[in-house]
Write a protein that binds this ligand. Structure first.
Ligand code: ADP
Ligand code: MG
Length: 719
């Protein structure tokens, strides 16, 4: 048996099993070994059936008898029932909605059942227990429970299953693979001295321990080691990327801050010290002749766009080397059409006095500023025309969505790439942009995504960091209130008073837990529509209410956003997924419905939409529950200084699962466990740094090298 050989070449599989394995993402034997248990059951919670008591959570083993399927009298729910029996007694088990179980189990089958024991009219039963067939009953069931060798037999792994593949199946196939010697093929990529230093088990040992631990402590050290390995590899990739990217010669942009004073002086506001420092960092990078890769991280509303504008100004007032006409070019990529369009409009304001052409490219069309007929406005132009002008350098600033990185977009002298909300773009996309010019462009990423420090160190390991940790002057702190159901009406009256004063409001509908994104979007769209209807009918009949959700066409969305900006709409009911960073300064109220379903960092992000002007802003956090735990968690929104603090809170209270935007980082569940452990992340980072400094090409570590390129080809494939 080979690690990289296909499961179906090694085990006989029926069609339903093949489908199930595909769903679980298991293709090769190696995939199988890396399908880790989600938890461990403990046979010490095994009971013989005669000793069961109502309310217990138990694992029992026994034989099925009296199996039948029927319809429950109320509501005609299909159901199956049976007895599970061992030598000490029997108990009834009922499965609602799962009559197919009966067919799969069969009369007289030996099973393991896991679940809660309930009691009704003095009779014990188990409702929807987890069940699987076993080849034999553990020794001692119905007798002296599990006999003498208890201590090395109590833990068993529980795996994620899919219909057709049970946890038990996975367990046995893994054990089989072990017995056929697959572990002999495994070489440990992490150097031994590092493992020793942090007392981590070897890869082989970890794999054995994670799948069949004798003690829970062993399973834990195995997980720790595997988590360390994952963080180690991510760090290694990032650090290498950092070195690689920096090697690229890049255009020299040599501007003094004084040169820029005129541009900055035209801002309708005074730049903050943090903005000035960020500008200085960027200008220093620009002079080096090596590609910059910098992350500008700042809370929503901290003024990242203005910093970006200065970088663009420096770029578009610099001539390409050896050329006495034209200027260096910028590509400015935003995650959505609304944001791209908004940046286009802000840039027109920043740059109109300079006579610089600005282009906009999105999925729904292209624009150019200035228009020939109206030098103060923009005009729609064809894609072909726009691309021609970008390719010959006549348009120095191109703003757009993903449309920017298509093959057909070519620049004459691309020198700066700005990526707004960078967490939404993968490395591969960045690389694509970098390849659009002979010299590597400078890269400025911007994000407001509040994430914990451990995660930032991990996923942004390839970037230099500048923090915008200061809000523009005169901003009033948003008044945040946690509103219980009984205070709703009072709160609506407060909102009415603000609306009367001419302000506008967002109402954000709650998250909906639905694994299928398409279904979730449909449900959300529905809830948005219903909430808007309700508000119009029962609460705010005198105001104009509109909706915004992701199932709408881009042109519809844009119309709504423009109407909202133009104050034709007073209340905008929207989903949380719609847009980040939308800028409507007159909107000073935000209502967050179903707040308990969001992470704090995300609530903070949403709240940030109303911190765009000097009017007092209000955030009403509507919670449906009254539990102290939830309310205390939400109260952190009133107290925390910034989004990063809230992200740490989320990590502490909700674990890594509650982190904002988790899916986009490409870190496995086990890797995410490391994120809770700052020491581990720092250790991995330090070891990698040390290693790369001494041996940038990893010549002394052939296994590392090999595994790294294996991982890379896997991710490129993935993206
Ligand atoms: P973000 O960092 O979320 O991208 P923006 O760049 O959109 O924030 O800025 C938010 C708002 O603050 C904009 O209306 C912008 O014009 C304004 N702004 C930016 N910098 C300052 C400043 N130093 N003083 C006052 N207002 C500012
Ligand atoms: Mg922004």
């Amino acid at each position: 048996m080979k690690l990289n050989s296909l499961i179906e070449e090694n085990f006989r599989l029926v069609e339903i099993q093949k489908t199930a394995l595909r769903k679980l993402g298991i293709r090769t034997i190696e995939d199988l070994l890396y399908h880790f248990p989600v938890r461990y059951g403990d046979t010490s919670s095994m009971k013989n059936i005669g000793s069961l008591v109502g309310g217990d959570n138990v694992v029992i083993f026994g034989k099925i008898s009296g199996l039948k399927t029927s319809k429950a009298y109320i509501k005609k729910i299909p159901m199956a029932e049976a007895f599970i029996e061992d030598e000490s007694g029997k108990i009834k088990a009922i499965w609602f909605h799962q009559p197919y179980l009966a067919k799969m189990i069969g009369e007289n089958a030996l099973v393991k059942a896991e679940g809660k024991v309930s009691e009704r009219k003095g009779e014990l039963y188990m409702s929807n227990p987890k069940i699987e067939t076993v080849s034999r009953l553990p020794i001692g069931v119905g007798d002296s429970l599990f006999g003498e060798k208890k201590e090395d037999y109590t833990l068993y792994p529980v795996y994620e299953e899919s219909r057709g593949i049970t946890s038990n199946w996975i367990f046995h196939k893994i054990q089989k693979a072990f017995s056929l010697g697959v572990l002999d093929e495994i070489t440990d990529p992490i150097p031994e001295e590092i493992l020793k230093k942090y007392s981590l088990p070897s890869l082989k040992t970890s794999l054995v321990w994670i799948h069949s631990p004798h003690r829970i402590k062993d399973a834990e050290s195995a997980r720790k080691r595997l988590a360390f390995e994952e963080i180690f590899f991510i760090q290694l990739e990032k650090q290498k990327e950092r070195i690689e990217y920096r090697k690229n010669p890049a255009p020299v942009i040599d501007k003094d801050e004084k040169d820029l004073e005129d541009f900055i002086g035209r801002f309708p506001f005074k730049a903050t010290n943090a903005q000035r420092k960020a500008i200085a960092d960027i200008l220093a990078d620009f002079k080096k002749g090596q590609a910059m890769s910098r992350l500008l991280e700042g809370d929503v509303g901290s003024g990242k766009t203005a910093v970006a504008a200065v970088a663009v100004y420096a770029t578009s007032t610099t001539r390409p080397k050896g050329q006495d006409f034209g200027s260096l070019q910028t590509a400015y990529m935003a995650p959505t059409e609304i944001l791209a369009t908004q940046h286009f409009e802000s840039f027109i304001k920043y740059f109109s006095y300079l006579n610089i052409n600005i282009g906009l490219i999105t999925g729904s069309g292209c624009r150019k500023f200035p228009s020939k007929v109206n030098p103060l406005g923009w005009t729609d132009i064809s894609r072909t025309q726009l691309l021609k002008w970008v390719a010959n350098g006549e348009i120095p600033i191109l703003i757009g969505t993903h449309a920017l990185i298509q093959k057909t977009v070519n620049f004459k002298s691309l020198a700066l790439v700005i990526i707004d909300e960078q967490h939404r773009f993968g490395t591969a996309q960045r690389q694509k942009l970098a390849k659009k010019s002979l010299l590597a462009p400078h890269l400025l990423s911007m994000t407001a995504t509040p994430i914990p420090r451990t995660l930032a160190l991990t996923i942004y390991g390839d970037l230099d960091l500048t923090l915008l940790d200061e809000m523009p002057e005169g901003r009033k702190k948003i008044i945040t209130e946690i509103v219980l159901p009984i205070d709703r009406d009072k709160t609506y009256e407060k909102i009415r008073a603000e609306l009367k004063d001419g302000r506008q409001a967002y109402v954000i509908c709650p998250r909906i837990d639905e694994p299928d994104p398409a279904k979730e979007m449909a449900l959300l769209a529905k809830s948005v529509k219903e909430e808007a209807k309700r508000l119009k009918k029962d609460i705010f009949p005198e105001y104009e209410i509109s909706i915004l959700h992701s199932k709408m066409k881009p042109s519809e969305k844009e119309k709504v956003m423009n109407d909202f900006k133009d104050k034709k709409i007073d209340i905008l009911v929207a989903t949380s997924v719609v847009e980040v960073g939308v800028n409507v300064p007159n909107a000073t109220i935000i209502v967050l419905e179903g707040a308990e379903r969001f992470g704090l960092a995300q609530l903070h992000q949403l709240r940030g939409r109303v911190i765009r002007s000097n009017h007092q802003a209000y955030c009403y956090v509507f919670a449906d529950t009254k539990t102290d735990k939830t309310l205390n968690r939400l109260k952190a929104l009133k107290e925390a200084k910034n989004g990063f603090e809230l992200a740490e809170f989320d990590l502490k209270f909700r674990g890594t699962g509650g982190l904002y935007g988790q899916k986009q980082w490409g870190i496995s569940d086990i890797g995410m466990e490391a994120i809770k452990n700052i020491k581990m992340v720092e250790a991995a980072r330090a070891e990698v740094k040390n290693m790369i400094e001494k041996d940038p090409l990893l010549n002394r570590y052939p296994i590392l090298q090999q595994k790294l390129s294996h991982r890379q080809s896997a991710t490129i494939h993935f993206e």
